[in-house]
Design a binder for this molecule. Structure first.
Ligand SMILES: Cc1cc2nc3c(=O)[nH]c(=O)nc-3n(C[C@H](O)[C@H](O)[C@H](O)COP(=O)(O)OP(=O)(O)OC[C@H]3O[C@@H](n4cnc5c(N)ncnc54)[C@H](O)[C@@H]3O)c2cc1C
Length: 357
């Protein structure tokens, strides 16, 4: 079987990892000259977004034989609104590194794949579509899905991601909600270590030229004193593709729209979609069916995003006060059964609480 994988990120490499188990050695194309983004950033896998409880390390090892070591467990989230804050504690998730280091997520998978990668190859589907039995489109962007009319955009954003120096707790993250500087988006901080962290601001529906204005407001309003080592701006378009396999092309990870819209978690779905694409090829299974549950969950989470988009700053403060209520913390954060896809009763409860506020 001749398989081309376009993109050596999380989804493409996971697909190669699974194919190799069945003795198939795909041709892997990567436009960069090495595995991993030159931009430093961290990703969190929050339990309430995951289909499993416990550690992703155990889940990936048990289900797929993939070793993936996180940087740190996440035990505390501080949610900061315009006037209120909530402190959430518990086994909330894990922090992973993305980037060039050997311990970054993509390099951990690349090591286990241990196959040659055709670097510095920016591939267009027309160049290769007749040369392979299957093409796995793992480029991390929705351009081809859109061109083939498979794509629906739900949320367009610009993000600034900064590496900052300061003093940080390695198991703690901050999230800021404030329309003044993030509109319907948010700011968040994820530490890499005690002295270094990643600070991001995601602002929706603005031109790139306005991002600097919102970034300045973010720093002024929150009175940050950290030192910025570097920043990178990027556009991120959230949405979903349907179907996610057309002819001999499999769409995986972001190209399939498998990143949820609440806080942009897509790493675990990227890995699983790559693995499922491989299984679909090898075992002749329907890939759309294999990923139906994950696609459905992205859509359900989009309903939570739509609800968040209705809130003004007073609404953010009320939401944060609501999330700080012991009973709500018990239902959401200390209850292993609660997932964001179960949010509609919580949103109803919130609306009831607010109406009686
Ligand atoms: C700043 C930031 C913060 C994030 N935070 C989180 C988080 O906290 N939690 C979470 O779960 N997810 C998070 N994500 C999302 C997560 O990183 C993505 O969902 C995941 O990386 C998607 O994997 P992918 O394989 O689809 O794409 P990628 O990992 O982006 O890989 C795509 C690869 O394809 C290559 N490529 C692109 N075009 C071509 C081409 N034409 N030819 C050859 N190669 C090509 C690229 O160079 C890249 O290596 C974050 C993303 C960003 C950018």
């Amino acid at each position: 079987m001749k398989v081309a994988i376009v993109g050596a990120g999380l989804s493409g490499l996971s697909c190669a990892f699974e194919l190799k188990k069945y003795g198939i050695k795909p041709t892997i194309f990567e436009k960069r000259s090495e595995v991993g983004d030159t931009l430093d950033y961290a990703v969190s896998t929050l339990r309430i977004f995951m289909k499993f409880n416990g550690s992703p390390r155990k889940y990936l090892k048990k289900n797929y034989g993939l070793n993936m070591v996180p940087l740190n467990p996440l035990k505390k989230i501080v949610m900061i609104g315009p006037s209120n804050r909530a402190i959430l504690k518990g086994n909330l998730g894990y922090i992973f590194k993305k980037g060039l280091e050997p311990y970054s997520m993509e390099n951990q998978i690349a090591k286990q794949v241990n196959l040659p990668i055709d670097f510095d190859s920016s591939i267009s589907v027309d160049n290769i579509k007749n040369d392979f039995d299957y093409i796995v489109w793992a480029t991390g962007i929705h351009t081809l899905s859109k061109k083939l009319n498979l794509w629906t955009t739900t949320f367009s954003t610009y993000a600034r991601v900064a590496t900052i120096l300061g003093n940080f707790k390695t198991d703690s993250t901050n999230m800021w909600l404030n329309r003044e500087y993030a509109r319907n988006g948010y700011g968040y901080l994820l530490p890499y270590g005690e002295k270094k962290a990643c600070l991001s601001l995601i602002v929706n529906n603005i031109p790139a030229s306005e991002l600097n204005y919102y970034w300045k407001k973010f720093w002024e309003r929150e009175k940050f004193k950290w030192t910025v080592l570097e920043t990178r701006d990027m556009e991120y378009v959230a949405g979903f593709a349907k179907p996610i396999k057309v002819d001999n092309i499999y769409f995986v990870g972001n190209t399939a729209g498998l990143t949820e819209n609440i806080v942009g978690s897509g790493a675990m779905n990227a890995i699983e979609s790559g693995i499922m694409a491989a299984r679909s090829m090898v075992k002749n299974l329907d890939y759309n069916d294999l990923m139906a549950d994950a696609s459905e969950k992205v859509k359900k989470n989009h309903d939570v995003r739509k609800f968040l988009n209705t809130l003004d700053n007073k609404g953010f403060d009320r939401l944060i006060a609501f999330l700080d209520l012991p009973v709500i913390k018990q239902i959401i954060y200390n209850n292993p059964l609660y997932k964001t896809t179960h949010s509609s009763p919580i949103i109803k409860l919130y609306n009831k609480f607010i109406n009686n506020y």
